[in-house]
Design a binder for this molecule. Structure first.
Ligand SMILES: [Zn+2]
Length: 361
């Protein structure tokens, strides 16, 4: 019933955070037909060997637990290495479960990123030369405008100052410009927009006929930066950071006006130890709470049920992702298998989600 095109199901060396098996089980329970996993793990997913290792883990998880229904897809990470870009395009063209490419235009978790402007331009130029027409998902935060030294773990709100709105907005603009200059024929997806100005840039590019979309995470438009000021502030540290009340209000209006194409979880589990001690990792788990989130969409005015199809919530939580990340003329998910979400179990979850649930009810 839902698609999440943005999860981090670490596994392997980082299985202590979460395994693919666990993530897929939670995703099934929460009602996801498909998830797309991100490549910025300790061992980056940047070539066919790594893609196959990840797909094998998902296959084994399914074989070991018949309750898992959710399909597993991956995005391949992009670097500025021409041979790797060729490999990434090969993966997309040849491996059905590869749904797109991921470009970190600023560092988030791990070292996978293409930061320099000339290298970012090169990536789009090379992908264009290689005839790539699939999606490139962008983590848009420009390092030139970040002030990472501002972060003080004793005052988690400083995280928001260290990655200010300008960093995100400038990066979205760069990505639209650089891909346009290169004549890029693929689809640009701006992940986890946190600011209305990012949405407006995407809108403007759409009007100019570009193939472009944007997504928002439940946390970026349900929560604001006041959570970073709470005693649990470090648990709400993520990239990009939570924004001001005013910005969140306007972002909600953008969603309700249909200017944001889809919801994406950016589900990223870390241990409590890592969240509250060095390295104070960014990211939070969110797959489990998705049914609550959909219910909440109704409370802010999104149409949840109607005789007519398609309604906004279906496009926002399924239809648009199904189109954008489908390939070779086919949608990502060809058959709806989950009609109802199962009762949500909070057991085994490394981070107490009740804290988040309280906000939703
Ligand atoms: Zn992410």
């Amino acid at each position: 019933m839902y698609i999440c095109p943005h999860v981090h199901l670490r596994d392997e060396e980082e299985a202590y955070k979460e395994t693919i098996a666990h993530g897929l089980l939670v995703a099934t329970q929460a009602g996801f037909e498909a998830v797309i996993d991100m490549p910025n793990n300790k061992r980056q997913v940047v070539n066919r060997e790594r893609v196959r290792e990840r797909l094998n883990l998902a296959q084994r998880a399914r074989e070991a637990n018949s309750k898992i229904v959710t399909e597993y897809h991956v995005h391949v990470g992009l670097t500025a290495d021409p041979a790797q870009l060729e490999e990434a395009v090969y993966c997309y063209n040849e491996i059905p479960e590869v749904a797109g490419q991921k470009l970190f235009a600023g560092r988030s978790i791990g070292t996978l990123a293409v930061i320099k402007e000339d290298e970012q331009k090169f990536v789009f130029k090379r992908l264009t030369e290689l005839g790539y027409k699939g999606p490139v998902v962008i983590h848009a935060e420009k390092e030139q405008y970040m002030n990472v030294g501002f972060f003080d773990p004793k005052r988690p709100i400083t995280h928001a100052l260290s990655r200010p709105p300008l960093a995100a907005i400038a990066s979205v603009k760069d990505m639209i410009d650089f891909s346009g200059e290169a004549g890029f024929q693929g689809h640009l997806h701006i992940a986890h927009v946190s600011l209305p100005d990012e949405v407006y840039l995407v809108q403007q590019a759409k009007k100019q006929g570009r193939r472009i979309s944007c997504g928002v995470t439940p946390h970026h438009f349900m929560l604001d930066e006041s959570y970073l000021r709470s005693s649990d502030g470090l648990l709400y540290k993520m990239n990009p950071p939570l924004r001001s009340k005013e910005e969140v209000r306007e972002l909600r209006a953008c969603v309700l006006a249909g200017l944001v194409d889809l919801a994406e979880n950016d589900h990223a589990v870390h241990s409590l130890e890592e969240k509250t001690n060095p390295p104070y990792f960014s990211g939070m788990p969110s797959l489990w709470m998705y049914p609550h989130f959909v219910k909440w969409l109704g409370t802010i005015g999104m149409e949840l049920e109607n005789e007519r199809e398609p309604i906004d919530v279906v496009r926002f939580t399924f239809g648009n992702a199904n189109k954008i990340f489908g390939k070779h003329g086919k949608p990502l998910v060809s058959e709806i298998r989950i009609k109802h979400t199962w009762p949500i179990s909070n057991e085994e979850y490394p981070m107490d989600p009740r804290r988040f649930c309280v906000e939703l009810t």
